[in-house]
Each structure stands twice: as C-alpha cells, then as structure tokens.
Design a protein. Structure first.
Lengths: 251, 251
C-alpha cells in the first residue's frame, strides 16, 4: 500500500510553527505501510491543485492535513473541487456531524457558518471529528483514496485513529539492521555486491552526530539470509566491528 | 523568487532520523524568498524522477538534499540524468574538487571511487563542498535552476552558505501580525471583509498548544494601512482583545 501525506499551510514553510502532523502520521501508519512521499504546500489554490493532480493515481492513499476552516486562507476543499472537477454541495451527513460538534464544543460562533461547514465534495463520505468542528472527508478519485483531514494536531490525530481501520496492513518486508564502526566509503563495494549477488536492497546512513555510528540496512525479498551471511563474513574478514541491531531478520 | 526544497532519503520518511536540512534551509533562505514547496521523497529512482519533473518550470530555484554518495541507495544524479535526459560524464572541475576534498579529509578509502565521484551531469557546474567529499552541482534546466547538494547537514549547510550569494533577494511584502484573544470563528467575517475590501491577504493560525493565542496576519500589496485600521477598529468595537506583534507594517 503506497501512502502520501500532504500538509497544507504557510505556517510550516514560513517557520511560524513546527509541524506535528508528520510525527503523528508516522506513529499511526507504522504498521500499515510505508509513507512514500511527504509534501508541505502553501495555502495557495493553484499550487495545491497542482500537487493534488501530481499525487493522484500514484498512491493508494493520500492524506491531507489542513485548510478545512472558514477563514480565507482555508482553500483545501475548493482546491479538490477545482482540481478534480467535483462540485461542492451541502451534504446531509456532514451537516449532522457539524451540528453535533457545535453542540459538543459549545461553539455558538459557528452557527452562522453551518451551511458552509456542511458543504462537501460531491461523492465524498464525511468523517467524524471528535475533537473539533469541521468534519473530514473521504473520497476515491480514480485509483487513489483521499482522506481530507483538519490540520489542528489533536483533530488530525483523532480522525487518523478512526480511519486507520480502513487501511489494510502491509506485509512487512524482511530487514536486517546493523551499526557498523567504519566509514561508509569502505563498505561501498560490499553493499554493491550484496545488491548484485543476492537481489536484496541496501541502505546506508552515515552518522551525522558524534556518538552515532554508520547504520546499514539490508532488506527486501531476495536471498536475505545469504546476503546477511555474506555481509557479516566480509566485515569479519576485514576486521570491521559491527553489531546487528534489528530484533531479527524475519518479518 | 519561487523556491522548492526536495529532501531525498528513506531515513526521514521511515522515522529513522529527524530531518535537519529543512531547518537549515529556512534559516538561510529567510531573506531571499519564500520556500514554496517542501517534498520528502524516498531513495527510489522512479519516484524521484517524477518529483523532479513535477518541480521543473514551476520554481525558479530547486534545492535537493541527499543521495550524492556512492552506496547503492544514492540515486540522485542518476535520477536527474534519466529525468532530463542528461548524460553523466567525467567533469574535470568536479575531479579537482573531489581530489582536494579527499586530501583534506584524508579519505584514502575514496581514492578507489574517484572516477565515479568526478562524474557530473552534462552541462552542470560543480559546487565546492568544504565539509565533505562529494561535490554539489548547479544546473539550469529550462526555467529552473537546480542546486544538487549532499544530505549530511553540515555539508548541506556549508554549501548553502556558498550558493546563497547567487540568489537575488526578494522584495519583502508588507505584513502586520496580531495575537488575538478570541476564537477564530468570530473573526471569519472581518477577515473576509479585509480581503474583499482592501485587496490584502489574510492568514489565521489557531492556537494548538495551551497558552498560545490565535495569530492573524494581514499581508500583501493592497491597501494594507486601510485594512489594518479597519481590522483594528472592528476588533475594538467588538471588545475583542488583540496585540500587534509585528515590528511594524512597513517592509
């Protein structure tokens, strides 16, 4: 299952605020599939429309975060509507959710805007928002299911918990992780041999802080057991210290 | 000047590592122009090629971070080469930089790979790397100038300092910022009026932590002075407490 996350809002790109929703998404999606792409985009209608078209059909699931409010910088539903030619119209289920939410949070100020808050993309399914007012939406466009969520982290998290049951769990790929006490440059050859001979993938993360060690990962559906043996033996023969840090190489 | 940043590497998306280069980029680009798009993409050749094609011609400057090493997961130059049909070939200036770097850091292990490290995109200009071995590259493709930088944060930062003089400074737009002690919902109308009547843009950031207040920004090249007066008077009349937190509304 391929997943993309789009976080909408000037505040992150301008450094006015640290993003929290990527962290939240990572936590909840951990066992569901890899997050394959993460995009931060401004509250800019045309930019967001371009991004939505870019991710459509390249991912099974796209989560968006932000821009569901009623201030002029909230442009997410309009962007979906224009990008995919879907009219916005009053949605009875959305109206129900919003009414209930307004009552729950005592948000008398929203009653003036209840008509707007109950507008949804034609063909979408509203999603409950247990922590705020605006409802989320789920809509399948060609091969991609979009989950349109509010950006306030506690609302984003609460809705993510609800929709998570929708996601099928990914088969975990086999993986071995190592810490290696050596410069990356001395491992280039063995990593290339591992990829070439055993049809597994390798990843190499050089330390960027003191105390960190080079991290090497072998993974995938090739001959991982044989790759592991070959990699470890090569390191031992070269007297390069290493430590396996993965719990095990089974799934 | 429109700028995009592409951060390449599985480690961020998998949560193995926190990104640092967005923070670094924000710091250095602050006075040069807004960062308009930020993309985190995996070490996946096809995904990266698609992303490169997506940003081409939509931004004046695109910075990429990561994937310039020699392990099999380093695929950035190959992605550029295939995405834009640019052959990779030995570059004499890159060779010079790399030789000097290897000497400087005493990286005897890299001498085996010096031929590969001196390969560059045809038509690119190599960029010094004062903190590491691999050189960066600058290449203009149609209307977009790409700066291809290594991902190790100290190298990314050091090169960013060098290339920053290339970037023309953006005219700063006029801006007034406020903290307002009220729910966002009660300001929807006045923000819409401000946008409609004075041709300025507004942004609204509800508090996400306790103690935070709603932040409102009015900005742009419309009648900002008049918009400011109108906004402040409306709040005063409604007895809504607010505080201007921008140093001033001039550029």
């Amino acid at each position: 299952m391929r997943i993309a996350l789009i976080i909408i809002g000037d505040e992150i790109l301008d450094g006015l605020r640290e993003d929290e929703n990527f962290r939240v998404a990572k936590k909840y999606l951990k066992n569901k599939g890899s997050l394959d792409l993460l995009i931060f985009v401004r509250d800019n209608l045309n930019e967001l429309k371009r991004v939505l078209n870019f991710v459509k059909n390249s991912f099974d699931i796209v989560l968006t975060s932000g821009g569901l409010g009623l201030t002029p910088d909230d442009i997410t539903l309009r962007a979906f509507s224009e990008a995919f030619n879907l009219p916005l119209a009053k949605n009875e289920k959305k109206l129900e959710i919003v009414k209930k939410n307004i009552e729950r949070v005592n948000a008398i100020q929203y009653t003036n805007f209840i008509d707007e808050l109950s507008e949804g993309l034609s063909g979408s399914t509203p999603i409950e928002n247990p922590k705020g007012v605006a409802a989320g939406e789920k809509i399948k466009i060609e091969n991609t299911t979009f989950y349109i969520l509010p950006g306030v982290p506690k609302e984003f998290e609460a809705i993510l918990k609800i929709i998570l049951t929708d996601f099928t769990s990914n088969k975990r790929i086999n993986k071995v992780e190592y810490e290696v006490d050596e410069k990356e440059a001395r491992l280039i050859k063995v990593l290339r041999e591992v990829e070439y001979n055993f049809n597994v993938k390798t990843a190499s993360y050089p330390p960027i802080h003191e105390k960190e060690k080079l991290k090497i990962i072998l993974y995938g559906n090739g001959w991982l057991k044989e790759a592991k043996d070959y990699f470890e033996n090569t390191l031992k023969n070269a007297k390069i210290p290493f430590k396996e840090i993965s719990p095990s190489h089974t799934s």
